[in-house]
Ligand binder design. Structure first.
Ligand SMILES: Nc1ncnc2c1ncn2[C@@H]1O[C@H](COP(=O)(O)OP(=O)(O)OP(=O)(O)O)[C@@H](O)[C@H]1O
Length: 243
C-alpha cells in the first residue's frame, strides 16, 4: 500500500477554553494521495480553513495526528517543520501575503531562496511558475502595480514553485474573474495530474467539479467523503444555511 501524501487521523480542534471555547473540528479522518485533488466544501464557519491550516502544520490540533509523506508533524522541531513546509507544501490563502517591496518574481522565488537555492536556478523556476499562471510578462512588477487578480496569481505561482508535492488552497479563485479562475483551476489540475496532491477549499461547485473527491464539512465534522456528484445536493443539506 502506498503512503498517502497527507493523512489526518482523528483530528479535533478547539479554540479557547471553558465556556467561551469553540469546537471547530472533531473526529476528522482524511487521506489525500498523490495525483488526487480533494475539494472541501461547507457553510461558513464549518471548519474548512481550520482543517487546511492543520493539514499544513500552521495550527497544532487539540487532538489527532497529521502525517505528510508518512512523517508525523508532531514529531518535528519548529525548524524541521518550517523546512518541510517550504519544500513540500504550497499554500494559497485568501489574503495573498505578498511582500510589497519585492517584485512578482522575487515574491515567487522567496521560498526557494530561503531554502538555499542558487539565484539562477530559483529565478528559472520562478519564471516557470509565473508562466503557468500566464503572468511571466509582469515578473518585474511590484504587488501595488498589479490588479487583485494578478496578485492572486502571483501568490498561486509562489505556492507551486519548485517541487511542492502537496498544495493547500483556500478559495484560490476568490479574487479572479471566471476566465482567470478557470485558468488557475486548469493549472492546479495539471499539477495534480503530474503527481502532486491537493486540498481545495471552495464555495463554488464549478471549481469543486475539478476535484476527484468532494468532502463536505458541517459543524466541524465530515458529512460525506465519498460522493463525486452533485455538490448542490450536499449543500442543500447544510441546515438551510447558504454556503
Ligand atoms: N482563531 C480563532 N479563535 C477562535 N475561534 C476561531 C478561530 N478561528 C476560527 N474559529 C472558529 O472556528 C469555527 C471554524 O472556523 P473556520 O474559519 O475554520 O471555518 P470556515 O469553514 O473556513 O469558514 P469561512 O468559510 O467563513 O472561511 C468557527 O466557529 C470560527 O468562528
Amino acid at each position: 500500500m502506498t503512503t498517502p501524501l497527507l493523512r489526518l487521523d482523528g483530528i479535533a480542534m478547539q479554540y479557547g477554553k471553558g465556556e467561551a471555547s469553540v469546537t471547530a473540528l472533531s473526529g476528522i479522518d482524511l487521506e489525500v494521495n498523490a495525483g488526487e485533488l480533494v475539494a472541501v466544501m461547507g457553510a461558513s464557519g464549518s471548519g474548512k480553513s481550520t482543517l487546511l491550516t492543520i493539514a499544513g502544520g500552521l495550527t497544532v490540533p487539540t487532538a489527532g495526528e497529521v502525517t505528510v509523506g508518512g512523517i508525523y508533524l508532531s514529531t518535528l522541531s519548529a525548524k524541521r517543520l518550517a523546512q518541510l513546509r517550504r519544500r513540500t507544501l504550497g499554500f494559497v490563502f485568501q489574503d495573498f501575503n505578498l511582500v510589497p517591496s519585492l517584485t512578482a518574481l522575487e515574491n515567487v522565488t522567496l521560498p526557494l531562496e530561503l531554502d538555499g537555492w542558487r539565484g539562477n536556478k530559483a529565478r528559472s523556476a520562478g519564471h516557470d511558475a509565473l508562466r503557468s499562471v500566464e503572468l511571466d510578462d509582469r515578473a518585474g512588477a511590484y504587488p501595488d502595480d498589479l490588479s487583485g487578480g494578478q496578485q492572486q496569481r502571483v501568490a498561486i505561482a509562489r505556492a507551486i514553485v519548485g517541487q511542492r508535492r502537496l498544495i493547500l488552497a483556500d478559495e484560490p479563485t476568490g479574487a479572479l474573474d471566471s476566465t482567470t479562475g478557470e485558468l488557475v483551476m486548469r493549472m492546479l489540475r495539471r499539477r495534480i495530474d503530474a503527481g502532486a496532491g491537493g486540498i481545495l477549499v471552495t464555495h463554488d461547485s464549478r471549481h469543486a467539479a475539478w476535484a476527484d473527491r468532494i468532502v463536505f464539512l458541517r459543524d466541524g465534522r465530515i458529512v460525506d467523503g465519498t460522493r463525486r456528484e452533485a455538490p448542490e445536493q450536499l449543500l442543500a443539506g447544510a441546515g438551510g444555511r447558504h454556503v
